[in-house]
Design a protein around this ligand. Sequence first.
Ligand code: URA
Length: 196
Amino acid sequence: MNDQITWELFERQVAACNLCPLCQHILHKVPGQGDRNAPLMLIGEGPGQVEDEQGLAFVGPAGQLLTKMLAAIQLPRERVYICNIVKCRPPHNRIPTPEEAEACKIHLRMQTYLVRPRVILLLGATAAKGVLGDQVRITRDRGIWTERKGVWIMPTYHPSALLRDPAKKSEAWEDLKQVRRKLTELGLYTDLLKEE
Ligand code: URA
């Protein structure tokens, strides 16, 4: 990747993309949104119905819970960058196939290059496998950091899983506190709390 990679190119590339069949049945592509200089990037699975309607990531019920989770560690969601493994809604919210996830990686790679996050939180198994590899098991590996070229990456439960099974919330809270700790260690947490 080099200096020719720009947000404008990213947007054009996503808009024109037909690398997999998911784009055939959608209302909007959902590239992702938030602070493009954020030290913290959140990656989910793929857009749901509300996200498809609005063209924005995590704005439905799971997104509302995500906003509350971030608020619990005093992070306004506008200060982080939020996106998904796939940018188009899979029909009936099914899990994206490995082929769809693979095809969409070109966009995620470009996005990660542009944001240059120092910490990445992977929401759910699809994001965890998509970024860390197929061997990841979310119940076993959540809360465990992997460092890659100075970027700290951790899987946690997807907010939809927490809506289905609130008993998982205490583990998710432990993971969020770890994110806060890592940002603090890196000297980035107080910056995130500052008013714009
Ligand atoms: N679930 C996801 O994984 N991503 C969204 O954007 C919404 C729900």
